[in-house]
Design a protein around this ligand. Structure first.
Ligand SMILES: Cc1cc2nc3c(=O)[nH]c(=O)nc-3n(C[C@H](O)[C@H](O)[C@H](O)COP(=O)(O)OP(=O)(O)OC[C@H]3O[C@@H](n4cnc5c(N)ncnc54)[C@H](O)[C@@H]3O)c2cc1C
Length: 471
C-alpha cells in the first residue's frame, strides 16, 4: 500500500480509488470500507474454505492477500472494528480447518514470500515463503536451516505456528527452536519485533502458539553450513520390538545425523517395520556403511546416496504420485502424537494391533521413531516429560474420498488420543481432532497461563485463528 493510502486509512478517511475487489457481494462501498486487497468472489472463498484435511469446510466472508506487514495490520484493525474473526493461511496443509474463519477473513500470506537476507548464520524471510524456497535460496550460498520438515511445501509461518519437526529434531529441536527473531502483527494490529531479548513473552507465545496472539510476517532463522551429500539407510525389521531396540541403540550411540522410522502396510494385511536414517558427508569419501550398521539386527538394508537438496526434497515424489492418483485431495484424518520413551513400544504396539491397512490406506504409514528432547525448548511445544520421546503419527491416506470412512477415523482419533494421553503422551496439534477449550487447557497444562495471558494482552478482542476453538 502506498504511504498516502495508509495515511488516509489511518485517518479513517475513505479512499476514492475504485477497488472492486475490496467490496463485499451485494454491498456498496461505504465510508468505512477498508480499501484493502480483499476478495469475496466465490472461487477465492471456496479455496480458503478447504485445507489438506478435506474434512472441515468453513466459508470466509472474504480473503485478503496482504503485500506487507502494514497491510496485515490494516486488515486486522478493520476486521476487529467489523467484529470479524481472522485466520492466517500459509500453504493450507492443516488437516482440520485451523486456517479457516467462518464468515470471517482469511489472510492468505501467499504474497509475503520474499527471502530478504542471507548471512553466514541466518536467513531473514517472509512468513509466507515455503521451506522449499528457503532451502533453495540458502543452499545456493552453501547454507541450510538446522531443521527441515520432511515435506518442504509448508510455509515458514505455518510450521512456526505449530512446531515444525524433522529428521534433525533430535539434535536441533523443532523449527521453533531455531528462530532468532520474529516480526509479527498482534490481534491489536500492533506491529512488533520479538526475540529472546525483545518482547520475549510474545516470542514465547507465538512459537507453537497456534496463531492465537499474532500473525507472523517475517522470521529470522538460524543457518548452518550445508552438508554436500546424504547417505541414506532403510533397514527392515520383522516386528516393532526389534525395530524399537535398534532405533534406541542408534539414537544412544548417535550413529546417524537423522534418525526416523515407520510402520507401513505391507499390502497383505500386515506391516513392514522400517528404520530410516541419514548421514551427512562432504567430498568424495562416503561414510563406512559396515561400521555404521555394525551390530544392528537388520539384514536387508537399502542404501542410497543423494545431494543434500535432493534428499531433503524426497517427499516431492510421493506428493506427485498422490496428486496424480487423486489421493492428495481425499480426506486426511491424521493423528499426530508424541509418546513417552518409557512406554512407546507398549502403547504403539497396542494401537497398531487395533489397526488394519484400511485405517491408513495403501500409501499411508505410521511414523515412529525415538528422539532426544534436550534441544526442544519452545515453551508452548508440549512433549512428554522424558529425555526420549517417540513421534507416533497415523498418516492416513485413504484411497477413496468416502466421508463416512473419514468420520469413523475421526472418532477413532479421539479414542486413540484419550488412550495416548492417559499413557503420558501428547498431541501434536496439527492433528485432525476436535478439541474443546478444556482439552486445550489439559494439553497445555502448566503452560496454559502463558498462552492465556498473552492472548489477553495481544488479542483481547479474540479475533485471531478461531479454527482451534481454543478460547
Ligand atoms: C504432506 C504434509 C507433510 C507434513 N510434514 C510435516 C513434517 O515433516 N513436520 C511437521 O512438523 N509438520 C508436518 N506437516 C504438518 C504441517 O507442519 C502443519 O500442518 C503446518 O501448519 C502446515 O503449514 P501451512 O503453511 O500449510 O499452514 P496452514 O495450513 O496454512 O496453517 C496452519 C496453521 O498455521 C497458522 N498460520 C499459517 N501462517 C501463519 C503465520 N504467518 N502466522 C501465524 N500463524 C500462521 C494458520 O492460521 C493455521 O492455524 C505436514 C503436513 C502435510 C500436509
Amino acid at each position: 500500500m502506498t504511504p498516502n493510502r495508509r495515511t488516509l486509512l489511518h485517518a479513517g478517511v475513505s479512499v476514492t480509488a475504485t477497488l472492486a475487489s475490496a467490496t463485499f457481494a451485494g454491498q456498496s462501498p461505504g465510508p468505512s470500507d477498508p480499501r484493502l486487497p480483499l476478495k469475496d468472489d466465490a472461487e477465492s472463498r471456496a479455496a480458503a474454505a478447504q485445507d489438506f484435511g478435506h474434512i472441515i469446510q468453513r466459508q470466509p466472508r472474504a480473503v485478503c492477500k496482504p503485500g506487507s506487514s502494514a497491510e496485515v495490520a490494516d486488515v486486522l484493525r478493520w476486521a476487529k472494528q467489523q467484529g470479524l474473526k481472522v485466520a492466517a493461511r500459509g500453504q493450507g496443509h492443516a488437516t482440520y480447518g485451523r486456517a479457516m474463519a467462518e464468515d470471517g477473513i482469511v489472510l492468505d500470506l501467499g504474497a509475503l514470500t520474499a527471502i530478504h537476507r542471507i548471512e553466514p548464520d541466518r536467513v531473514v524471510v517472509d512468513a509466507g515463503a515455503t521451506w522449499h524456497a528457503v532451502l533453495d535460496a540458502t543452499l545456493a550460498k552453501g547454507l541450510v536451516p538446522l531443521v527441515l520438515t520432511n515435506y518442504l511445501g509448508l510455509s515458514v509461518g505455518g510450521t512456526l505456528a505449530v512446531g515444525g519437526i524433522g529428521g534433525s529434531s533430535s539434535r536441533h529441536g523443532l523449527q521453533t527452536d531455531q528462530v532468532l527473531e520474529l516480526d509479527v502483527v498482534t490481534g491489536e494490529s500492533v506491529e512488533l519485533t520479538c526475540s529472546p531479548t525483545a518482547n520475549a513473552d510474545l516470542f514465547d507465545a507465538v512459537r507453537a502458539g497456534l496463531a492465537q496472539c499474532a500473525t507472523i510476517t517475517r522470521a529470522t532463522l538460524r543457518l548452518m553450513r550445508a552438508p554436500e551429500r546424504v547417505r541414506r539407510y532403510l533397514l527392515s525389521y520383522p516386528d516393532l520390538a526389534s525395530l524399537t531396540a535398534d532405533q534406541r541403540r542408534a539414537l544412544d550411540e548417535a550413529r546417524f545425523d537423522q534418525l526416523q522410522g515407520a510402520v507401513v502396510p505391507n499390502g497383505a494385511g500386515g506391516w513392514r517395520y522400517q528404520l530410516e536414517a541419514g548421514v551427512f558427508y562432504d567430498g568424495s569419501m562416503p561414510p563406512n556403511d559396515k561400521a555404521l550398521l555394525a551390530g544392528l539386527a537388520d539384514k536387508r538394508e537399502t542404501v542410497s546416496d543423494l545431494a543434500f537438496g535432493e534428499d531433503a526434497n524426497a517427499f516431492a515424489k510421493l506428493e506427485k504420485l498422490l496428486r496424480s492418483n487423486g489421493q492428495w485431495f481425499n480426506p486426511h484424518p491424521w493423528l499426530l502424537t508424541y509418546l513417552r520413551g518409557s512406554n512407546a513400544l507398549e502403547i504403539a504396539s497396542e494401537v497398531i494391533a487395533g489397526l488394519d491397512g484400511d485405517d491408513l490406506g495403501p500409501l499411508g504409514r505410521i511414523t515412529y521413531y525415538p528422539m532426544f528432547t534436550d534441544a526442544c525448548r519452545t515453551p508452548l511445544l508440549r512433549l512428554p516429560d522424558e529425555r526420549v520421546v517417540f513421534p507416533f503419527n497415523l498418516i492416513r491416506i485413504p484411497a477413496s474420498a468416502d466421508k463416512a470412512n473419514a468420520e469413523r477415523q475421526l472418532a477413532r482419533n479421539r479414542i486413540l488420543y484419550d488412550r495416548i494421553r492417559a499413557a503420558g503422551g501428547m498431541l501434536y496439534p496439527v492433528s485432525a481432532l476436535a478439541m474443546s477449550s478444556q482439552d486445550w487447557m489439559d494439553h497445555f497444562g502448566p503452560r496454559w497461563p502463558l498462552l492465556r495471558e498473552a492472548r489477553r494482552r495481544h488479542d483481547p478482542g479474540g479475533i485471531l485463528t478461531p479454527g482451534y476453538d481454543l478460547f
